[in-house]
Design a protein around this ligand. Structure first.
Ligand code: HEM
Ligand code: SF4
Ligand code: SF4
Length: 355
């Protein structure tokens, strides 16, 4: 644990607790105001609860050149990122991705794509659609462990997080409250629904919230599409390729479009925002994650559009390369934010319920 980062965040939190001007902005300030002293675990919890909307920075009268030098969004972003790195296994992998995310993402996608192209040389003797290039057995034996192992690593990290922040048994009302906050992305709405100050400085905008919702729902639709394909395959013996009016396509095509557009929006907004109100050293790794996620949606759509053409083998290799790289990087990339932020919202609901 980096005590320097925790102590700096604690110093700022204590000033906010005396000031209380930003009370209505997000869940962080009511959480601060409920306490007098802040243990290291409390700071970790507050950092993961913060949505980096930046409203408190632009409202604050104690930012530089004031001697208090308040920059709460940055202090919390740095503690948050350090906590994700600390909870990852092996932790140095996460640090590496933060520093060289674009290069690692690109090498991984290219490497895996080449591997899939090579695998296609061992074409199955029979098989339709994509299975004409890569057998179903080969796909499952590669993707099942590549999906389960990263999730197991995240689960271990979440267990450490839960211990550090003093979490207790999760009850349905806590989960419901937290999921409600995620669905509305309440903490990016600036308290009154006017939006956040991410890319427009002291003016408000809902652009990031909307782009995030497109990304989140797009991702969930793509996930549901893949799951429905698996159920059709194993449960009903219906094999891919599926027609347009089938569940995998009806969920996957809008999902891919939303995911691609959402990620383009988030990447553009990221280039406009002040890097010094987040964790500047992580900017590259965060951008790599947004690009990898967007590329997953986009290559999926391209592959569908290319059905029946000679471009399928190469596009299939690239699409499977991006999906596999995204999965393998879950514990080390910003993908973990969803898990830890959900955990922080559940813990906040627990504390509010107990208060
Ligand atoms: C529990 C659910 C989730 C919550 C509460 C959540 C919250 C947030 C917040 C507050 C941000 C902006 C602040 C920041 O940059 O850290 C963000 C960024 C982002 N989220 Fe989520 N998220 C969730 C799930 C997801 C999922 C499932 C995806 C897609 C797989 C996703 C994709 C993104 C992307 C691409 C960014 C932009 C990253 C950047 O600009 O650096 N989120 N999320
Ligand atoms: S961010 Fe500044 S204005 Fe807001 S509560 Fe903290 S010290 Fe007060
Ligand atoms: S940046 Fe936004 S979410 Fe984070 S503490 Fe400030 S007002 Fe709350």
């Amino acid at each position: 644990m980096s005590l320097d980062l925790i102590n700096e965040a604690r110093r700022q939190i204590e000033i906010c607790n005396a000031c209380r001007y930003c009370e209505g902005y997000c869940s962080v300030f009511p959480a601060i105001n409920r306490q007098r002293a802040f243990a290291d675990g409390d700071v970790t919890q507050l950092a993961n609860l913060c949505h980096n909307c930046r409203g408190c920075y632009y409202a604050c009268q104690f930012t530089e050149p004031h001697e208090f030098a308040l920059n709460l969004p940055k202090a919390l972003a740095e503690v948050r990122a350090e906590s994700w790195e600390r909870f990852a296994r092996p932790a140095p992998f996460a640090a590496l991705f933060q520093r060289a995310g674009v290069a690692i993402g690109a090498v991984l996608v290219a490497g895996i794509a080449v591997l899939f192209l090579a695998l296609q040389a061992l074409r199955p003797e029979n098989g339709e659609g994509f299975y004409a290039y890569l057998s179903h057995a080969a796909m499952v034996s590669i993707f099942a462990p590549a999906f389960i192992a990263p999730l197991a690593i995240v689960a271990l990290g979440l267990r450490d997080y839960w211990r550090e922040v003093g979490g207790t048994a999760i009850r349905l009302p806590h989960l419901r409250a937290a999921l409600g906050d995620v669905a509305r992305l309440k903490n990016l709405s600036g308290g009154q629904g006017q939006g956040c100050n991410f890319e427009k400085g002291d003016r408000f905008s809902n652009a990031r919230r909307h782009a995030h919702q497109a990304t989140l729902w797009g991702f969930l639709l793509c996930f549901a599409s893949t799951s429905s394909g698996t159920i059709l395959h194993y449960g009903f013996g219906m094999e891919a390729p599926y027609g347009f009016f089938s569940l995998p396509k009806l969920l996957g095509v809008p999902g891919g479009i939303l995911l691609t557009l959402g990620c383009i929006g988030l990447a553009v907004l990221k280039t406009k925002a002040d890097r010094d109100l987040g964790a500047p050293k992580l900017w590259g790794g965060e951008m790599a994650f947004v690009m990898l996620l967007g590329l997953t949606g986009f290559t999926g759509l391209l592959l569908y559009a290319a059905t029946g053409t000679g471009a399928v083998p190469a596009l299939l290799a690239i699409h499977l390369g991006t999906v596999l790289a995204l999965f393998l990087l879950i514990p080390y990339s910003k993908m973990v934010h969803g898990f830890y932020r959900l955990a922080a919202l559940i813990r906040d609901a627990q504390i509010r319920g107990a208060a």
